[in-house]
Design a protein around this ligand. Structure first.
Ligand SMILES: Cc1cc2nc3c(=O)[nH]c(=O)nc-3n(C[C@H](O)[C@H](O)[C@H](O)COP(=O)(O)OP(=O)(O)OC[C@H]3O[C@@H](n4cnc5c(N)ncnc54)[C@H](O)[C@@H]3O)c2cc1C
Length: 375
């Protein structure tokens, strides 16, 4: 029995078919364009701005199924999920008109930059600062590990402005075009086989117009949180998809590889860890579905806990599934031909970003269990 609606099941099947047509050797630009044309990339964005009028339930299905077919589109985590959500919920009418149709039809992409070299997991410590001028803003600061800046038309940068009354810095989101003068990027040399690259950014007196500020200067924190839940749900989808891809390869191999009288899959030392990986991926998906359902129903607080738990569960399940899959293939697990070894580093991303497993355990310790804080 399927707990998903008929529509969701049909969406899953259609996206899986698209993913399998492209396969592991996919060309990112081609898949991005085709998925967008079919309405999959903007499935969560409002209909009046060219989207599908759905939510995170649908968008996470799209990313999971593409990942399970071996062709995850990492930028889905940031472009339609974080940036699209923030602009749809909090942007001005002008920003919605300018960005949402393009994000929905795939002609425009937006990256997202919050992480800083000296702040890392502690985003309260970010120092990228926006100063008001007569006709806009001047941004200064540094960011690190920002994905896809080279292929994005703009980056949604989390900065801070000074509160006139309290003098305290408060978070604000700015749309920074890729070619804005003073917006410099340098690619980080990552040990990752991914089509999307990570960048260190320097914002050196980047001058922006008034309308670069998303929504309201006083609602920055609210906007930020609204974008972070979709990010976690989508990272869970990314991880579950990757885990399923690896597991399917390993199961296929274990059924046919024979070095004793039966295929290696008959040995419980091979079969049981694969069964465990399958169970853990299914459990992670259930939590992801709960998070998406809460988020789509407008329960941001309830979605916060579930999205964190889903991201945690999916990251752990993915790392274990990939590890066991590589092991199942023996020496072939480490060959380029079978393509699983590179997933070892790729899977780790889901434990580190966008929020590390420890920070989720901290969140659950404090928020869910009411335990005291050590930091
Ligand atoms: C492939 C990739 C893509 C990324 N893409 C983006 C992007 O597009 N945009 C963006 O803004 N960022 C992006 N990031 C950055 C990512 O979100 C950060 O790497 C992540 O938040 C962790 O920050 P950090 O690397 O500075 O680690 P740190 O904060 O330095 O943490 C290092 C270690 O210490 C642990 N730790 C820290 N504080 C505590 C604590 N209080 N209790 C227990 N343990 C603690 C952490 O769990 C971690 O294991 C990306 C990262 C990667 C690897």
């Amino acid at each position: 029995m399927n707990i998903e609606s008929h529509e969701h099941t049909a969406l899953r099947a259609a996206v899986a078919a698209l993913g399998h047509r492209h396969g592991r050797g996919y060309v990112r630009e081609e898949l991005w364009a085709e998925a967008a044309k079919l309405g999959y990339l903007g499935v969560n964005l409002p209909e009046e701005h060219g989207g599908g009028g759905g939510g995170m339930a649908e968008l996470s299905i799209v990313l999971e199924e593409l990942g399970a077919a071996g062709c995850p589109l990492l930028m889905m985590v940031v472009s339609p999920a974080i940036c699209g959500t923030v602009i749809a919920r909090f942007g001005t009418d002008g920003q919605k008109e300018q960005w949402l149709p393009g994000l929905a039809d795939g002609t425009r992409t937006m990256a997202f930059g919050i992480t800083e070299p000296d702040a890392g997991s502690n985003s309260h410590r970010i120092t990228t600062t926006a100063r008001r001028t007569e006709d806009g803003w001047i941004l200064n600061g540094r960011k690190v590990f920002i994905s896809g800046v080279d292929i994005a038309d703009a980056t949604l940068i989390v900065g801070r402005t000074e509160d006139a009354r309290s003098g305290r810095l408060k978070p604000c989101l700015f749309i920074v075009p890729r070619d804005a003068p003073g917006f410099q990027r340098s690619q980080i040399d990552m040990e990752l086989h991914a089509q999307e690259k990570q960048f260190e950014l320097v914002l050196d007196d980047v001058r922006l117009p008034d309308d670069a500020l998303v929504g309201d200067e006083d609602a920055g924190l609210l906007q930020l949180f609204a974008g972070l839940n979709p990010e976690r749900i989508m990272t869970a989808a990314f991880a579950i998809g990757m885990g399923r891809y690896a597991l399917a390869k390993a199961v296929g191999y274990a059924k046919t590889r024979q070095v004793w009288k039966d295929p290696i899959g008959a040995h419980q030392a091979i079969a049981h860890p694969l069964a465990q990986a399958h169970i853990e991926l299914e459990l992670a998906r259930l939590m992801m579905q709960k998070a998406a359902a809460l988020y789509d129903a407008g329960d941001d607080t309830g979605a916060g806990e579930a999205a964190n738990m889903a991201k945690y569960a999916a990251g752990e399940a993915c790392v274990r599934a990939v590890d066991q899959s590589v092991h199942t293939l023996g020496g072939n697990g480490l060959t380029r031909e079978y393509g699983l070894a590179s997933l070892i580093t790729a899977a780790r991303v889901a434990q580190i970003a966008p929020v590390s497993r420890e920070m989720i355990l901290n969140y659950v310790s404090h928020q869910s269990l009411g335990l005291p804080k050590s930091y």
